[in-house]
Design a binder for this molecule. Structure first.
Ligand SMILES: [Fe+2]
Ligand SMILES: [Fe+2]
Length: 291
């Protein structure tokens, strides 16, 4: 029997994790450099036509709620700011490098709708509980399950076995993952996050989104994404067949002071409306990632 460390090494060598596209890296570095000017950033993004089109599509979506049409990158930078732009570029890069077609084992649309819903709700929830909102909240929600797309894309045989075990024997999804791989999609996603040098709080969120009490420094962000994940699953029109449990962690509820059935129900109603309003956007995002 291999121990977890050996499995990790094996997983890392088998799956040949994809690299974050270099243009995205460049943008992230520019944004993080206080000396960067808006025109420098605009020049880099505008040089890539496909990226420009995608950025403008997202910038014009209600996620950002800007009433006037944003038709140039320069204008997008002025109205949205550097951080929002960084968030958009990272999301586009990650989402497009992990995409794969739908089959009987993995419904790509359900997956991305779940990911987007979690991102949208995480941002709302952060605002609702007065968490200092950073650009990372939406991205953290969007990416929390990226281990699942890695599994599906790079460990397809194992992924199918996990789904079969889950469907035929009724073993909870996370336990089925453990029984086949010795680890879950949460750890696998966090390894890719490390490999891509994503910020620590993102890696930690991906790693602990099913067990926020295990998070070290960023328990609040991890708890927000955990709760957003559960809200998103409970509100999903189609069942999210993969992924872990459908119940809130007591730890996260206590930490966020949400331990009140009425309050949860109130948020559930509000977020249900949020998602309905964002259905059009969600479809747009699906188009964006090429489904
Ligand atoms: Fe999830
Ligand atoms: Fe998950």
């Amino acid at each position: 029997m291999m121990d977890a460390e050996q499995i990790k090494e094996k997983v890392k060598t088998i799956i040949q994790l994809p690299a974050l596209p270099s243009l995205a890296f460049e943008v992230v570095e520019l944004v993080d450099n206080p000396k960067t000017s808006a025109s420098q950033l605009a020049r880099i993004i505008s040089a890539d036509q496909a990226l420009t089109g995608k950025v403008l599509k997202i910038a014009n979506s209600p996620f950002y709620g800007f009433p006037k049409k944003i038709s140039t990158i320069d204008f997008a930078i002025i109205v949205l700011g550097f951080d929002a732009l960084k968030e958009i570029v990272i999301s586009i890069a990650l989402v497009s490098s992990l995409q794969k077609r739908t089959d009987n084992y993995f419904n790509t649309k359900v997956f991305w709708d779940h990911s987007i819903a979690t991102g949208v709700i995480a941002r709302r929830l952060a605002r609702d509980i007065g968490y200092r909102v950073t650009g990372e909240v939406f991205v953290a929600g969007l990416l929390h399950d990226m281990g699942l797309s890695i599994l599906n894309k790079y460990f397809n045989a194992e992924f199918r076995r996990i789904v079969d075990i889950n469907r035929e024997m009724g073993l909870p999804f996370l336990e089925a993952e453990e029984s086949v791989l010795g680890v879950t999609h949460a750890e696998i996603g966090s390894w890719l996050g490390e490999r891509w040098n994503l910020p620590d709080q993102l890696v930690e969120t991906i790693r602990h989104h099913h067990a926020p009490e295990r998070a070290g420094e960023n328990t609040k962000l991890v708890s927000i994404v955990h709760c957003a994940d559960v809200f998103a699953k409970q509100l999903s029109a189609e069942p999210v067949e993969f992924d872990g449990e459908n119940t809130f962690s007591e730890f996260a509820l206590d930490l966020l002071q949400l331990n009140d059935q009425n309050l949860i129900q109130e948020y559930m109603n509000q977020y249900s409306d949020t998602l309905k309003n964002d259905v059009r956007e969600s479809m747009m995002m699906s188009n964006l990632v090429g489904m």
